[in-house]
Design a protein around this ligand. Sequence first.
Ligand SMILES: NC(=O)c1ccc[n+]([C@@H]2O[C@H](COP(=O)([O-])OP(=O)(O)OC[C@H]3O[C@@H](n4cnc5c(N)ncnc54)[C@H](O)[C@@H]3O)[C@@H](O)[C@H]2O)c1
Length: 283
Amino acid sequence: MINFEGKTVLVTGGGGGIGRGIAETFAAYRAQVVVAELKQERADAVRAALEAAKAEHMVLRIDVRQQAQVNELIKQIENRFGKLDVLVNNVGTASPPKLFELTTDEDWDFDYQINLRHMFVVTRAAIPLIRKTGAGGSIINLSSIEAFRGIPLMTVYGAFKAAVIGFTQSLALELGHEGIRVNAIAPETTESEAIQPSKWVRPEDRGAIASAIPLGRFGTPADAAGCAIFLASELSAWVTGTTIHLDGGALAAAGWHRMANGVWTNAPVISKGALHIGRGTRK
Ligand SMILES: NC(=O)c1ccc[n+]([C@@H]2O[C@H](COP(=O)([O-])OP(=O)(O)OC[C@H]3O[C@@H](n4cnc5c(N)ncnc54)[C@H](O)[C@@H]3O)[C@@H](O)[C@H]2O)c1
């Protein structure tokens, strides 16, 4: 039986998308759930959902890029719960597609702040509180499947998502002797606030999804939550410094596509549908 009763779980960006799915799933497994969320309306919505689920919870509207706000968050968790068992570093976003040669210093800084630096800020502040849990603490970082393959016109985002994997591996070495595990989840396209294939892909084009994703669909927040529950629980007691490719088999397929007639090709002829990324040029 998986049960997080008495365990405290912090989910950054838990007001929407994958983060909210993770927060609500931990609540269903009886955890004490703390959500750090930037947007007031999303903070209010997840608070209402956690209340309705009768979960012990604390939802704070904060920007995890801000050191002072993160320190206050950790202080409030300590005052209320005394320790932190699970940290889910979920905040992250893909910046708009652009040719790398057209990206600005400001673009790089934005990507760094939102995809990597906050993980440093939150994790550094949280480690003393996780240590109070003793063996069994778990840190889970949201990377992307794009850390393991290229992504057109989002080179800087891809670079920082790959850096999340490096951060995960090295931190796992530092904390392993204390029984604190550090792992990552690398999702393929997943329905969320930011990414909405259900709206973006026309019904007549949906058959094409199965050509690149062997399990035949894009991901859901519940898929990510399943991985987070595993990585936070005793079921993964001997798992650290690694990454779950949460991708329906997309990475295994790599450049292979299964056509409607069941034949596989590495030279697809699909001209529309799925998620298209433009030329990324102002020229
Ligand atoms: N959805 C996908 O297809 C996909 C694919 C690969 C990786 N990921 C990764 O998964 C994670 C979650 O993605 P998502 O699609 O659910 O994102 P999302 O934008 O739908 O949700 C992120 C949540 O974080 C909040 N947030 C943003 N900045 C914040 C900040 N500074 N402080 C506190 N909260 C903040 C947002 O308001 C939002 O509620 C990200 O790290 C993303 O890069 C997502």
